[in-house]
Design a binder for this molecule. Structure first.
Ligand SMILES: Cc1cc2nc3c(=O)[nH]c(=O)nc-3n(C[C@H](O)[C@H](O)[C@H](O)COP(=O)(O)OP(=O)(O)OC[C@H]3O[C@@H](n4cnc5c(N)ncnc54)[C@H](O)[C@@H]3O)c2cc1C
Length: 506
């Protein structure tokens, strides 16, 4: 197996660089256990550490944040370098089984382990980090996680990249799926900051997709469909000040109607240009309080929030703003992302049995009062003892005003709100009717949203129960046809199609 590194600038160039396919089709009638034996012996012969379901470490090897979904891969391979990834892919091709990569196993939809019978490539050995002083870009291994990468960058270079609010979360997975975080309103989402990506493709060839290439564009929202990410490079930023304000804006004891009106007041404050981009705001569906961070001077924060608090008091007289001045930017990183930010491994995996649903709303079709009420009412109608709700609206806006849907595969131009609702099992075991229940619960909101614009969603928080037709239009919109074309060219045998969001070839 030959491995090469090539810089490419488009799919046409990519085709020219790929070594000839070496796919030999094995009979497909074997069951999963037969396939597991075949793939294990191939991996053993290649000197690659691997486990199958009869191994003692299996439950540990298949640990996942999401408990709702079974993990039933044929085998898990633990390659130590690129050559071993190439051999693992060859084993999978020869056994005619699909491949998925597991980063840090935080997918709410269990996409890393993918469909039953996959060969899962565990990227835990790929955690290298490096910084280029000339380009100010961070390069990270395909198995690196958020906390250690952010800390490395801050401690050594006093720089930052926008990232998710989970220190143990995988950086490759979260970046390809959006990655919205507390600095995303002024620095963009991680997807926007992806500068290049190094893939191993289905046939073992290695390509680096750079600016302007179709493959980088496709990775920005649909990355796991195209190959194994060996490493990726992110733009990094200086922060406005080395400090931040952490705040909470409570409404007091209000009902759904008043809270919906308050939410619209917040929206108006944003759309009329009064909310600074350096502010993050998360409106909780549970208690209707907003909370977040401001990455600037305290006086600017006070000035910006004053008119908002005043207008909220006209609806909720007890509305109350509290703030804490954090002495360093890193304090805000730990407050937003968790104590694992200071842990060399990013902390612990954790987990739950849950169903996530999400919607995005653009500034062209901002929430109406009717829609806001439908959302809050739907959420507060949850009436189960075995499921608890968790839900919020993250204020987006900010520099997304300059983004168009076709800039990246994930259509997120002019996004104004990122809305997320989770149903979480009380006992750790997901009830058999739980997914149907949670979807029916939010149906009134969804149908109200649909009346003003086509539904949109967020890759990392997509509802795993949607059909291809539904998720393709909600996540990718008009970009989907181009994505399918790229998939056909880059992964012609569908080696990386063994998971719920795999882009179908055209
Ligand atoms: C506690 C927690 C907090 C979170 N906070 C946020 C948040 O604030 N904002 C946000 O946007 N999301 C958030 N998420 C969602 C999270 O960003 C995504 O689920 C992300 O995809 C997880 O990446 P992972 O590597 O940990 O997961 P995995 O399950 O390992 O991987 C997720 C997907 O990426 C693919 N993948 C991972 N590594 C590679 C690779 N090297 N090559 C090819 N494909 C790869 C997998 O195949 C899979 O499809 C959070 C999740 C959790 C559990």
């Amino acid at each position: 197996m030959r491995i090469r590194d090539n810089a490419i600038n488009g799919v046409t160039a990519l085709f020219a660089e790929i070594v000839a396919p070496e796919i030999s089709e094995a009979p497909t009638t074997l069951g999963q256990s037969g396939k597991a034996g075949i793939i294990k012996s191939c991996l053993d012969q290649g000197g690659i550490q691997a486990t199958i379901s009869t191994d003692a470490s299996w439950s540990n090897d298949t640990a996942s944040f999401q408990f709702r979904l079974a993990r039933e891969p044929a085998a898990i391979a633990f390659p130590q370098d690129k050559d071993q990834v190439a051999v693992a892919l060859e084993c999978a091709r020869n056994a005619s089984i699909k491949v998925s990569a597991i980063g840090r196993a935080h997918s709410f939809q269990g996409y890393g382990y993918g469909n039953p019978g996959n060969l899962v490539i565990d990227m835990q050995a790929f955690t290298d980090l490096s910084f280029n002083n000339f380009t100010n870009q961070l390069t990270f291994g395909g198995g690196a996680n958020v906390g250690p990468a952010a800390k490395y960058l801050w401690d050594n270079y006093r720089r930052h990249f926008p990232h998710v609010r989970g220190s143990h979360v995988g950086l490759a997975g979260s970046t390809m799926g959006g990655g919205f975080g507390t600095t995303s309103r002024f620095l963009g989402i991680p997807t926007d900051n992806l500068a290049s990506i190094e893939y191993m493709l289905y046939n073992g060839s290695v390509v680096t997709a750079g600016p302007g290439s179709d493959l980088l564009w496709a990775a920005q929202g649909a990355g796991p469909s195209f190959g194994i990410v060996l490493s990726a490079t992110l733009n990094t930023h200086e922060v406005p000040i080395d400090g931040a304000i952490s705040y909470s804006l409570a409404l007091g004891d209000v009902e759904v109607d008043a809270a919906s009106t308050a939410l619209l007041k917040i929206q108006k404050w944003v759309t009329s240009g009064q909310a600074p981009d350096e502010l993050s705001l998360r409106f909780s569906l549970g208690n209707f309080a907003s909370a977040g961070f401001f990455y600037g001077a305290e006086a600017e924060f006070d000035q910006a929030l004053e008119p908002l608090v005043e207008s909220l008091r006209s609806i909720a007289p007890a509305a109350n703003l509290t703030k804490t001045v954090l002495p360093s930017f890193w304090d805000s990183e730990v407050a937003a992302t968790g104590a694992g930010m200071n842990d060399p491994t990013g902390g612990q995996l954790g987990g739950r049995a849950s169903l996530v649903q999400s919607w995005t709303v653009t500034s062209d079709n901002a929430l109406s009062l009717k829609q806001a009420k439908a959302l809050l009412q739907s959420y507060h109608s949850l009436n189960r003892t075995d499921i608890v709700g968790s839900g919020f609206l993250d204020l987006w806006g900010g520099i997304s005003r300059n983004i168009t849907d076709s800039d990246t595969a994930f259509a997120h131009g002019k996004n104004l709100w990122l809305i997320r609702v989770d149903g979480v099992a009380n006992s750790g075991v997901w009830p058999s009717d739980g997914s149907a229940y949670m979807q029916a619960l939010l149906e009134p909101f969804e149908s109200s949203l649909k009346k003003s614009a086509p539904l949109r969603s967020f890759v990392n928080y997509v509802n795993s129960e949607l059909s291809v037709k539904e998720w393709s239009s909600r996540l990718y919109g008009k970009n989907f046809a181009k994505l399918q074309k790229i998939k056909t060219g880059v992964d012609p045998k569908g080696l990386f199609s063994g998971y719920g969001l795999a882009i179908p070839a055209k």
